[in-house]
Ligand binder design. Structure first.
Ligand SMILES: C[S@@+](CC[C@H](N)C(=O)[O-])C[C@H]1O[C@@H](n2cnc3c(N)ncnc32)[C@H](O)[C@@H]1O
Length: 285
């Protein structure tokens, strides 16, 4: 990926939550370590607000694949979980994993953010449904080979890591043969549009093929404070196939007719025209 010069005026606001400290937006390449150093503390800062704003929509033991509100009970992308060992990567407060536990699965969480994991513990205690979770990154999963029957991520780590190849390799390593990998991400076509829930978010303003990361730099310290990485649909197919995965489904949830909730750049205005979420399901050969 080549680094482009910063284009603050043209940069899309592509992040999935509003910036917290005063920041300037840049488009430039960022390494894996710098992405991790930025995103862990960013999610720590944002976690309380995130859970207060979206916790009710997510449900303490609910499994929602994205802002459209499509649930795993409706979609069946992860497949049967009862009696299975299941890992959630980028588990946040563990809502999805708690739903898996309610279905009889043995789910575990991994998240980069300590504060998100504190929320997970808070909900564990409130519901009595405990999701054992560890603080770690998607590119270094702290589990033995072939530990899980399924790995999933609902808008979790995958668009925050620079080294996607490594993250998918790690997923393949901890899965048992035939295991299912299911994940949702911002739909790759969204990268072309400004992250605006209104009409402005329907007008393409940059190339779909421009993979230069979206970066926020803290004005006060000059440090990178948030990063999102973009891949095209073809990139996803390539990296999954390259690690032995066969894609069995690609779900592009339609915006439900009476759903008027706005979440960042996701809204009914845009959702009627263009997909906001892509959900992949693939099996390890
Ligand atoms: C949008 S939240 C999604 C969490 C949960 N599925 C939900 O819907 O609330 C993204 C989560 O990914 C975590 N995350 C970001 N980068 C990560 C990484 N490299 N490894 C593991 N988790 C990461 C964040 O800390 C955050 O909890």
């Amino acid at each position: 990926m080549s680094a482009l010069p910063p284009q603050p005026d043209q940069a899309p606001d592509s992040r999935s939550h509003p910036p917290l400290p005063p920041v300037r937006v840049e488009r430039r390449d960022v390494g894996e370590e710098e992405s991790r150093r930025a995103n862990g503390p960013d999610w720590d800062r944002y976690a309380d607000d995130y859970q207060a704003t979206h916790g009710e929509f997510l449900g303490d033991a609910g499994f929602v694949w994205g802002p459209e509100g499509l649930t795993e009970a409706e979609a069946g992308v992860l497949g049967p979980v009862a009696g299975r060992d299941v890992l959630e990567v980028g588990s946040g407060a563990g809502q999805c994993s708690r739903w898996v536990r309610d279905q009889g699965g043995r789910s575990f969480g991994v998240d980069l953010s300590y504060r998100q994991l504190q929320h997970s513990r808070r909900i564990d205690e409130g519901t009595g449904v405990v999701v054992p979770s560890v603080q770690a990154t998607a590119t270094h999963l702290p589990f033995a080979d072939a530990s899980f029957d399924a790995v999933f991520s609902s808008f979790g780590a995958l668009q925050f890591v620079r080294d996607l190849d490594r993250a998918v390799a790690e997923t393949a390593r901890v899965l048992r043969p035939g295991g299912r990998f299911a994940f949702s991400i911002t739909h790759p076509t969204r990268w072309m549009f400004p992250d605006d829930p209104g009409e402005a978010g329907l007008v393409a303003s940059q190339s779909y093929w421009d993979r230069t990361p979206y970066v926020e730099v803290d004005d006060a310290t000059g440090e990178v404070s948030y990063v999102e990485h973009h891949r095209t649909l073809g990139d996803w197919v390539g990296v999954l196939a390259g690690h032995g995965f066969a894609i069995v489904r690609l779900v592009e949830p339609e915006w439900p007719e009476h759903h008027d909730r706005v979440w960042g750049g996701w809204s009914a205005t845009r959702g009627r025209w263009t997909p906001g979420t892509a959900i992949f399901a693939c099996d390890l050969r």
